[in-house]
Design a protein around this ligand. Structure first.
Ligand SMILES: Cc1ncc(COP(=O)(O)O)c(C=O)c1O
Length: 394
């Protein structure tokens, strides 16, 4: 068992079980902390802002990080962003034109819902939101295929690969090549799946991801990874460290999409996180986290049968990520989370920045208590969590 699997939080001497990996992973591996610290202690410069040996050392690290993201996603063009939110905004705002039709799903995070909502007002974008069967709850590629039979293809399909509320997986790769052949483009939000699922088979045009969740990097770094240059225009214009004597942004990628001083320590941390995850193997991490969450579900089944709580997760018979939402009968999720904190367990309560999915799940009034383990959570912790939930009910 890793020595830091139970790490003290803040200044408290009490040890907490951290179960909010869907928000951000914690603790970070020592390799990640060392890589960030190395930049601050030994380097301190940015890749494209000089030619010294130090700059070269930084350039190598940044290039390696892009290469690792290429391997992770299968996409050659990698533009660094502050996270998934910026990557999604960059693509949606830089690609969509006035009047475009966009298909998406009720499982989307606000990082998709809100820009599309805003673009519907400012650019008359027409969005169709597909709803899942509440029992799964994920939109299926067959739903998209049926819509494609009856309608002109959209300009863009954007979808959440894995729900941050239920762990349900959506994979539209079986229909992606047909969609793309019909002229649509496919953008996938991999905030929850990067580091847990294989992304190379998604058959998408672009993938948005964050470094601070399943890739175990620091917050403030993420990427938009694109198969080809689709001419996405930048969110910002400014210094790129290249062609500095012109007043035009460079045409090429990634320079066109990356202005201003980059988050180089974040890139160092992400690179170390990517190496760490690759060494452990994504399949092994996924298997461990799923074993943990499936066991918890099992431990809570009797309480569910007795009507004491509702388990709102993905269909356990289908592939899913390690996220389980719980609603305890008669206990507000916020109060339940506070009660669990008294037992040394840190979870998240509320709507989890997903505006539409609660309407599908029937949790639109209160939201849920979300439990999401990471690779450092030991299987033995499950019983303590199940027991604490049991006491919260009583
Ligand atoms: C599915 C999904 N999309 C997008 C985001 C936004 O990611 P970030 O806050 O790293 O920009 C999150 C964060 O929780 C998420 O779960």
């Amino acid at each position: 068992m890793p020595y830091f699997w139970r790490t003290p939080l803040v200044s408290s001497k009490r040890r907490m079980l951290y179960l909010d990996h869907a928000a951000t992973s914690f603790p970070k591996p020592p390799e990640v902390l060392d890589a960030v610290s190395r930049w601050y202690r030994e380097l301190g410069v940015d890749a494209a802002r000089g030619t010294s040996e130090r700059h070269e050392a930084v350039q190598l690290e940044v290039a390696e990080c892009r290469h690792q993201l290429h391997k992770l996603t299968g996409m050659r063009n990698v533009a660094f962003t502050s996270g998934t939110t910026e990557a999604l905004n960059l693509f949606l705002r830089g690609f969509l034109d006035r009047g475009d039709v966009v298909w998406s799903t009720a499982l989307e995070h606000n990082a998709v819902v809100r820009p599309l909502h805003e673009l519907s007002r400012s650019r008359d974008i027409k969005t169709r939101w597909f709803r899942p069967d509440p029992a799964q709850p994920a939109v299926t590629w067959e739903q998209i295929a049926t819509a494609l039979n009856d309608n002109a293809p959209p300009r863009l399909l954007v979808y959440n690969h894995a729900s941050n509320v239920t762990g349900a997986i959506q994979d539209f790769s079986p229909i992606a090549s047909e969609l793309r052949a019909a002229g649509a483009r496919v953008l996938v939000d991999c905030a929850q799946s990067a580091g847990s699922l294989d992304l190379t088979g998604l058959d998408a045009d672009a993938i948005a991801l964050s470094g601070h969740k399943g890739l175990y990097g620091p917050p403030g770094i993420g990427a938009l990874c694109m198969r080809e240059d689709l001419g996405v225009s930048p969110l910002l214009a400014g210094g790129t460290g290249s062609d500095t004597n012109t007043d035009e942004m460079p045409d090429d990628l990634p320079g066109r999409l990356e202005s201003g001083t980059p988050n180089t320590p974040g890139i160092f941390g992400l690179n170390a996180g990517l190496r760490f995850v690759a060494t452990r193997s994504i399949a092994a991490i996924h298997a461990h986290e799923n074993e943990w969450i499936d066991l918890l579900r099992e431990r809570l089944t009797d309480l569910e049968r007795a009507g004491k709580l509702a388990l709102i997760g993905a269909d356990p018979e289908r592939e899913h990520t390690a996220v389980l939402s719980v609603v305890i009968e008669g206990v507000d999720p916020l109060e339940a989370a506070m009660a669990l904190e008294q037992h040394g367990i840190l979870v998240r309560a509320g709507f989890h920045c997903a505006a539409y999915v609660h309407d599908v799940l029937g949790t639109q009034r209160t939201g849920t208590v979300r439990i999401s383990p990471g690779m450092f959570n030991a299987i033995e912790e499950v019983d303590a969590v199940a027991a604490a939930i049991g006491v919260t009910i009583a």
